[in-house]
Design a binder for this molecule. Structure first.
Ligand code: GLV
Ligand code: MN
Ligand code: MN
Length: 418
């Protein structure tokens, strides 16, 4: 499957989610990037109104809301669990909490982020970057998609017309943010452990090596005088592999996943080749050294083969650490649920990478079969989904405290249990 941001399938997923949020009794809003928010107000589904019809103030002064959620876009050829587990799981968690008679002391938001995947506009985590103020609104609007349409035009087409400047979250909007996600690796499965508690997210970088200026007749152009752009790209891919393996880092990975070779004829020497690179390591310095080695290899290949090189780094983000308090809350929640948990570093990136800039964050991982993800055969068992949702729900209850009606505490100070 695939669900590319602002496409017809993405837009219908949005309609589905808005209905599902409403059905769960959440107060729905969307921002100008199309991030969707479903708010569970403390002390009731909707805030009680004061005499003049205004919503009553939140009862625990000075404490931000708690948020949970993930993305719902999907790369080409993906499965159905990446991202969606964290959106629908968040809905299931708040529904379960409500069913259990719990009422939060601060609002809980379910967030469905716009375009965590970089498929269309080349930049990952678009919605959460904008929420965290990590991407300038004008630069975001100017991004051009693979179809030549700007983000400004594409979001307007999908119904999101307001200024992107309004997307950035006000300071302190969220005290904490917790994302449920599939592991996308096999460490939990290997350790027969149903819950992963993420302590950090590795630093990702991505960009392009575009070679041009070669070409010619496959029969007539002698090997010795060729400028083959695809062979230069092949050198980049092999250099990326070698640099990642030799990095000395903690599981450095490098991938060359997009190959755009032209003219794409059996009997023509490739005249141009545009290839992507994606490099990650928990240490941003190690990641940068690998990117530098790939660039040096690209420059050397271009020079040796008589090609022009257009090198660009689209994003190079620092790693993120989970908050100790959130990690403890998740571990305690797993213990309460009777589920074994282990700490681990996320090698995939997530919207949490950016939410960590504006809130105390953490992530709950559930195992996926064989560690397989970004493939159609991605699979998560119902038992693991159930466990993840229970741990998410119990964690949210700890982070959001419990609302106690004034009557229950004799009209005095509202209590907050953590
Ligand atoms: C997210 O999909 C990633 O590539 O880590
Ligand atoms: Mn993904
Ligand atoms: Mn994901």
């Amino acid at each position: 499957m695939q669900r590319i941001v602002y496409s017809a399938t993405d837009v219908s997923a949005r309609a589905f989610l808005i209905l599902a949020f409403r059905k769960a009794g959440l107060d729905v809003r969307a921002d100008a990037a199309g991030n969707l928010f479903g708010r569970w107000h403390p002390g009731g589904v909707f805030p009680p109104l004061t005499d003049d019809g205004e919503p009553a103030p939140v009862r625990v002064a000075g404490e931000g809301a708690v948020a949970t959620g993930s993305h719902f876009d999907a790369i080409p050829g993906s499965g159905i669990y990446d991202g969606t587990v964290g959106v629908l799981g968040a809905l299931a968690a708040v529904t379960a909490l409500r069913g259990a008679g719990y009422t939060p002391a601060v609002p809980i938001d379910v967030v469905a982020f716009t375009s965590e995947e970089p498929t269309r506009f080349g930049v990952s985590c678009l919605g959460s970057r904008l929420l965290a103020g990590a991407l300038a609104p004008a630069a975001a609007d100017a991004l051009v998609g693979t179809d030549g349409v700007t983000l400004a035009a594409a979001r307007a087409d999908a119904g999101y017309t307001g200024p992107l400047d309004d997307v950035r979250l006000p300071d302190g909007a969220y005290a904490s943010f917790l994302e449920l996600h599939i592991e996308q690796g096999a460490r939990l499965e290997s350790a027969a452990t149903p819950i992963g508690v993420v302590t950090a997210i590795a630093a990702p970088a991505a960009g392009w090596a575009n070679f041009s200026g070669g070409g010619g007749h496959a029969g007539g152009a002698p090997m010795a005088s060729r400028s083959d752009a695809a062979l230069a790209a092949a050198e980049v891919a092999l250099a990326a592999e070698a640099a990642a393996v030799a990095s000395g880092g903690d599981g450095t990975v490098a991938t060359v996943g997009v190959w755009d070779v032209s003219p794409g004829a059996v009997n023509a020497v490739p005249a141009a080749a545009n290839v992507s690179f994606d490099v990650r390591d928990p240490d941003g310095g190690v990641r940068d050294a690998v990117v530098a080695a790939v660039r040096a290899a690209a420059e050397a290949a271009a020079a040796r083969r008589g090609l022009a090189l257009d090198w660009s780094v689209v994003s190079a983000d620092p790693p993120a650490s989970s908050d100790g308090g959130v990690v403890s809350a998740v571990e305690a929640a797993a213990a309460e649920a009777g589920l074994r948990s282990m700490r681990l570093v996320s090698r995939a990136y997530h919207d949490t990478l950016f939410m960590a800039r504006v809130a105390r964050t953490g992530m709950v991982f559930v195992p996926c079969r064989g560690g397989v993800s970004h493939r159609p055969d991605e699979f998560v068992s119902e038992a693991h989904l159930r466990g993840g949702v229970e741990v998410l729900a119990r964690s949210l209850a700890k982070l959001a405290g419990r609302y106690v009606a004034p009557a229950e505490v004799g009209g005095g100070e509202v209590e907050k249990e953590l």
